[in-house]
Design a protein around this ligand. Structure first.
Ligand SMILES: Nc1ncnc2c1ncn2[C@@H]1O[C@H](COP(=O)(O)OP(=O)(O)O)[C@@H](O)[C@H]1O
Ligand SMILES: [Mg+2]
Length: 394
């Protein structure tokens, strides 16, 4: 996975460049306080081709991306999902004269797969429009003839899935896990807080990517969809997503709400707590499905401490581990209405992180605030909302 460090530094609240650095804190806080507005509805690729373009999102030719990835060289493959293979690429003066050296991840549609224009458009439409510190940046795309590619900022440390589960990777410390959970929760809360909520629909460890400082960002918006509006209680869709993460009521009825994402978040939180994959067929059959096996244990104190990831045993305070376990249990409630909103999840995780990192509480003399906005900026919608808004300002 690229040039990622082989050991994982424990999250430190004073770490330069971490999400607690003043600028990042401010970015997250500003983004949290801004309301994302909706991208335009684009029917299909033909409709898309009529559009003038998306702010600073670049249009690449197939030839440029072929050059950037050294003809899609197999040793540059970073990963693979339902859409196709993802390659590490370099875009510079050799690819396009005058282009500043940029490392990128280039995702190419597999024409023989199950995904296509719909998923490609969803990614361009949402990621091309939103700008948030916990969403991966879309640098550009290619839509030439039958080619469909996406070019993202390169996330040096790859996916949370690989860092948490790949053999040979150093154990990810407790505080780092909580910090990444908070980052991902911030990303989801931003989407759910949009003018018309956006439902991400495929929340899982392989879609949470990590930069060189282990900041977590959501990627892969192929299944993202506009949520219910006004009187609507849900939107009806074909059931899509990933087994092990999809909410039970969504699987049964196809009714999609923001609370379906909260369930997926609960599964990831459980994976972080227990250190096991959502589905693991190498375990005894009653332990195959992590949620079925572990959810009942989350609210039983003694049993909880027996199942928490033994590799991080000495790193958490019992009270905070219980708090996170209760949060996971609430997110995984069978009743979608009983699940917390992502903004509430953010508040709990932020409090746990503050507590575990031993930081002073807000209000105390020497308070170091994590993720809180300076007062004068709190209602600035253009602060970090959408690229459109940012463009209007400049
Ligand atoms: N921007 C990126 N930087 C580094 N690795 C990436 C990036 N985007 C994707 N990957 C790798 O490729 C995998 C698949 O990417 P993803 O966008 O989820 O594809 P799909 O839509 O096919 O599921 C990820 O799990 C990750 O390992
Ligand atoms: Mg994916």
């Amino acid at each position: 996975m690229g040039s990622c460090l082989s050991s994982i530094e424990p999250y430190s609240p004073n770490q330069a460049g971490s999400a607690s650095s003043p600028t990042q804190e401010q970015n997250v806080a500003e983004a949290a306080n801004s309301v994302a507005s909706l991208p335009m509805t684009i029917k299909d690729v033909e409709d898309f081709r009529q559009m003038p373009g998306y702010g600073d999102v670049q249009t690449f030719t197939y030839e440029e991306l072929r050059l950037a990835t050294k003809n899609f060289r197999p040793d540059l493959i970073l990963g693979e999902g339902g859409f196709g293979l993802v390659y590490k690429g370099t875009i510079d003066d050799n690819v396009r004269p005058g282009f500043e050296y940029t490392q990128a991840a280039v995702k190419r549609l597999n024409p023989d797969g199950h995904q296509g224009d719909k998923e490609w458009l969803a990614e361009v439409n949402y990621l091309g429009h939103f700008s948030h510190p916990n969403l991966v940046k879309l640098i550009g795309y290619c839509c030439e003839d039958e080619h469909r590619l996406l070019v993202y900022e390169y996330m040096t440390c790859g996916s949370l899935e690989s860092k948490l589960f790949k053999k040979g990777c150093t154990t990810m410390p407790w505080l780092t896990r909580i910090k990444i959970a908070l980052d991902a929760a911030n990303g989801l809360a931003f989407l759910h807080g949009a003018e018309r909520p956006i439902i991400y629909r495929d929340f899982k460890t392989s879609n949470i990517l990590l930069d060189s400082e282990y900041n977590g960002k959501l990627s892969d918006f192929g299944l993202a969809k506009e949520g219910p509006m006004g009187e609507q209680t849900h939107v009806s869709t074909r059931v899509m997503g990933t087994f092990g993460y999809a909410a039970p009521e969504y699987i049964m009825t196809g009714h999609l709400t923001a609370r379906s994402d909260v369930y997926g978040f609960g599964v990831v939180l459980l994976e972080l707590l227990i250190g096991r994959k959502a589905l693991d067929r190498s375990r005894p059959s009653r332990e195959h499905n992590l949620v079925e096996w572990a959810r009942p244990l989350l609210v039983r104190r003694k049993r909880l401490f027996r199942v928490l990831d033994p590799r991080i045993r000495s790193q958490y305070s019992d009270a905070n581990a219980e708090r996170v376990a209760r949060l996971a249990s609430d997110c995984l409630s069978q009743n979608p209405k009983a699940r917390p909103a992502m903004s509430e999840v953010v508040a709990v995780l932020r409090a746990v992180l503050r507590d575990e990192a031993g930081l002073p509480r807000p209000g105390s003399e020497a308070a170091v605030t994590l993720y809180e906005a300076p007062k004068e900026d709190t209602h600035s919608p253009a602060a970090a909302g959408t690229k459109g808004e940012a463009a209007e300002r400049s």
